[in-house]
Design a protein around this ligand. Structure first.
Ligand SMILES: Nc1ncnc2c1ncn2[C@@H]1O[C@H](COP(=O)(O)OP(=O)(O)OP(=O)(O)O)[C@@H](O)[C@H]1O
Ligand SMILES: [Mg+2]
Length: 250
């Protein structure tokens, strides 16, 4: 059961959209997937047609004294998502204090999922984690627990500067999103990164209006427009994951 953490080198690079798209692409390739939102912004659910006013999610369930997995929602037969849930700022602080006191909490939760898979109670073969940018305690916990980390970048000067002054998740794969080949700067940065950085995934996701529209349509891009450029690129990414991240599949 490979656990793949996806995180942006900064906010807004497209982590949530790519995570939702990758979950769909793996599902479309016949895999079973659970995708979990760790961002308090609680936006991943909007790629899976969840009504805006529904407060359900793992953080909401934990605050209400229920099991974290009570917040999970089935999207289709072998694809489910677990929203963060709606919580107030003070509830969020309380939750973070709890996680500070129990730093192995999510390591334990994911280990339980893996165990239940062996006993056939858990139908999911892949777990994808949508992790917000930054390095809070929960983020560090999740990155340490994951089998693979994919760090998303947009080829601009901001991401380039961050690449050289931020501590990147150990052993992370780098994924370029929102590539516009018409931009000379983007073209040059893409080439430079491919020549000088370790771990760049050989799939580039272009900037594509269909990707932007898919969130407005509350669908993963591959469901909204299966024949668009980004959907095809994310399918290639899913195949790359099948080849390079399947080592822990049981
Ligand atoms: N390849 C792409 N082409 C066009 N638009 C994109 C692409 N990827 C993401 N977007 C758009 O960029 C915006 C930000 O995307 P998204 O919410 O996925 O980013 P994020 O990194 O998760 O942001 P946050 O840091 O707020 O969690 C969205 O409006 C989304 O539709
Ligand atoms: Mg996001």
């Amino acid at each position: 059961m490979p656990v793949i953490a996806l995180q942006g080198i900064r906010g807004g690079v497209g982590t949530t959209s790519v995570t939702a798209g990758l979950a769909w692409a793996l599902y479309a390739l016949g895999e079973s997937v659970l995708v979990i939102d760790f961002s308090p912004d609680n936006l991943l659910r909007l790629h899976f047609n969840m009504p805006h006013e529904n407060p359900r999610g793992w953080a909401r369930a934990e605050i209400d004294g229920e099991g974290w997995n009570q917040g999970a929602m089935q999207y289709c037969d072998t694809l489910a998502f677990l929203p963060f849930g709606q919580v107030t700022p003070s509830e969020r602080q309380a939750l973070y204090s709890r996680h500070l006191q129990a730093p192995a909490h999510w390591q334990y939760n994911l280990a339980q999922l893996n165990l239940s898979r062996r006993h056939a109670d858990n139908p999911f073969r892949w777990i994808l984690l949508d992790i917000p940018a930054g390095d809070g305690p929960l983020t560090q916990q999740l990155l340490a627990t994951s089998d693979h980390a994919i760090l998303l970048l947009t080829p601009d000067a901001n991401c380039h500067a961050r690449l050289h002054q931020q501590t990147l998740p150990a052993g992370s794969h780098l994924l370029i999103n929102q590539f516009s080949p018409a931009s000379q700067l983007q073209h040059d940065l893409n080439q430079l990164w491919n020549q000088t950085l370790h771990g760049v995934i050989p799939v580039v996701i272009h900037r594509d209006e269909a990707m932007a529209e898919s969130m407005a349509m509350k669908q993963p891009v591959g469901e909204y427009r299966p024949d668009c450029m980004t959907a095809e690129e994310i399918t290639t990414l899913a195949n790359w994951c099948l080849i390079h991240c399947s080592d822990a599949v049981s």
